[in-house]
Design a protein. Structure first.
Length: 500
């Protein structure tokens, strides 16, 4: 009964004209961003953060959430039509989706992606409603030591689940932690890593870091590879799958939804990892694995369901624990702080309308995605055909305006450019920037909770291992590190992250 009353509150909040409008704007923008390679939800949300200053908290967070899961859907559209994934999690969809388009089945592939996304989004929303409250109740019992250990687990998981070299992922985490320490120490008032520059006294704004590493870095990379955008657009017709198609896609959608819902909670690239894992499972259990890569509908249904479910369940650790499971969730924490909301388990008790309004809006947003996007395929196709050298100047201008408006400092624009170059260098070195942003966000929080725990224990570090929950989480982190560095596990991990 309590769940029904909470959902009733969420419906009442989400079904206002204002919030419905911002939900629609969010999913529309998200789809457009997913269609256009070079932006992505991280850079877009970072650019729009200054705009949210004047919006009501619920409306701003509903819009930003819609951008995130809408981008997952938009990325599949270009992956299917022109073999150009707009999102990293849509890379797997392109393997069979584009082949279906070449065979004249683009409509069926797009419909499969839409159905899988809606089913997965609906299921993930139900999971969020069911499991978020008990998790939040448990989190309310956490002390400083438990929160520190929880964040250690989060950082270790982001290293374990990051694609590429373990050493590179670990290095990116450490760099993120160091960048997060720059600025004035809250306890002592002393400046750290500011290089005697007054502009650095307040530290590095995470919006600048995110926009530079993910936005500008991607723009430079796409300018280098603009020839990849010259693919021919397929003709789209026959949107309704046949009865046989529905039979073939049903179980992959169910399996992908379950897998994505589980992996989305984990720190790191949950949605991307889920799509790769789903494709691998569907290929292994299929009676006709030779059809994969040649237009198998299961190769579209499974990964699309997995990445959309993963995108939405990634909100569970954000809303219950205040822990970001990926870079976009880190930006969502920033949006909450901007609105004067302290992320964590107290959100559900102190701001129930916000909490349940966001959850209900996710189901509404998924419905909007299905109703809007299939009729608008023609618009997305035209957007893809716009030469990138016309798009990137506008993107750069918006990035610079957004960053300058944060503190009215030209130094921030220079910092943005520096991080953009650094992001491009990391992409050439195959260093994934996501662990860096997670380290940057979690680092200061880890330091704060560690210091608080030591103050309460009068400098006794044993408090971290004598409290049962804290000790358990540290043990999990240690075991995960040991296991992943074992030669056999390390080899299997590298194989799992390779594109098929």
């Amino acid at each position: 009964m309590e769940l029904l009353s909470n959902l009733s509150l969420g419906l009442e909040t989400a079904f206002t004209v204002n919030n419905l409008l911002f939900c629609l704007i969010g999913v529309f923008l998200g789809t457009a961003i997913g269609v256009l390679p070079g932006l992505g939800p991280t850079a877009t949300i970072a650019m729009l953060l200054p705009i949210t200053f004047g919006l009501p908290p619920v409306s701003s967070l509903i819009m930003l959430s819609g951008i995130y899961y809408g981008a997952q859907y938009g990325g599949s559209t270009t992956a299917i039509l022109v073999n150009l994934p707009g999102e990293s999690s849509s890379v797997v969809t392109a393997l069979d989706g584009y082949q279906m388009a070449r065979q004249g089945k683009a409509g069926k592939a797009l419909a499969t992606a839409a159905i899988g996304s809606f089913v997965a989004g609906t299921f993930a929303t139900v999971l969020l409603a069911l499991f978020a409250p008990p998790l939040a109740d448990i989190a309310l019992q956490f002390g400083a030591a438990e929160y520190f250990s929880l964040m250690v687990v989060g950082l270790v998981a982001s290293v374990v689940l990051a694609s590429g070299s373990l050493l590179q992922a670990f290095g990116m985490i450490v760099l993120g932690l160091l960048l997060g320490m720059a600025g004035t120490d809250v306890n002592s008032g002393l400046e750290r890593y500011t290089f005697d520059t007054p502009y650095m006294a307040e530290g590095i704004n995470f919006v600048i870091l995110a926009m530079g590493m993910f936005g500008l870095g991607e723009i430079i990379k796409n300018l280098e590879e603009e020839h990849l955008r010259s693919a021919m657009v397929s003709k789209v017709e026959g949107l309704m799958p046949s009865k046989e198609d529905f039979k073939r896609m049903a179980w992959p959608i169910i399996r992908g939804t379950g897998l994505g819902s589980l992996l989305g909670i984990l720190p790191g690239g949950g949605a991307m990892l889920a799509s790769f894992a789903s494709y691998s499972i569907e290929k292994k259990i299929s009676k006709t694995p030779e059809q994969f890569g040649k237009g198998a509908i299961e190769g579209v249904a499974g990964p699309e369901s997995a990445n959309n479910a993963g995108a939405q369940t990634s909100f569970i650790p954000l809303l219950t624990l205040g822990i970001p499971s990926n870079p976009v969730m880190a930006l969502m924490i920033g949006a909450m702080i901007i609105q004067g909301i302290t992320p964590g388990p107290a959100v559900m008790t102190e701001q129930p309308a916000l909490f349940w309004g966001i959850i209900v809006s996710m189901w509404i947003g998924n419905l909007f995605l299905v109703v809007l996007n299939l009729p608008l395929i023609g618009i997305w196709v035209k957007m893809i055909s716009v030469p990138y050298h016309y798009l990137y100047p506008m993107i750069l201008v918006f990035c610079c305006i957004g960053v300058f408006s944060l503190g009215n400092k030209l130094f921030d624009v220079y910092l943005l450019a520096g991080f953009g170059v650094l992001g491009y260098i990391f992409s050439k070195l195959k260093c994934e920037p996501a662990p860096l942003l997670l380290g940057f966000i979690l680092g200061p929080m880890m330091e704060e909770y560690l210091r608080r725990a030591l103050l309460l224990s009068r400098g006794d570090f044993s408090v971290l291992v004598t409290r049962p929950i804290s000790a358990t989480m540290l043990a999990i982190a240690l075991i995960a590190l040991i296991v992943v560095f074992l030669p056999s596990i390390r080899k299997k991990r590298e194989e799992a992250f390779q594109e098929e």
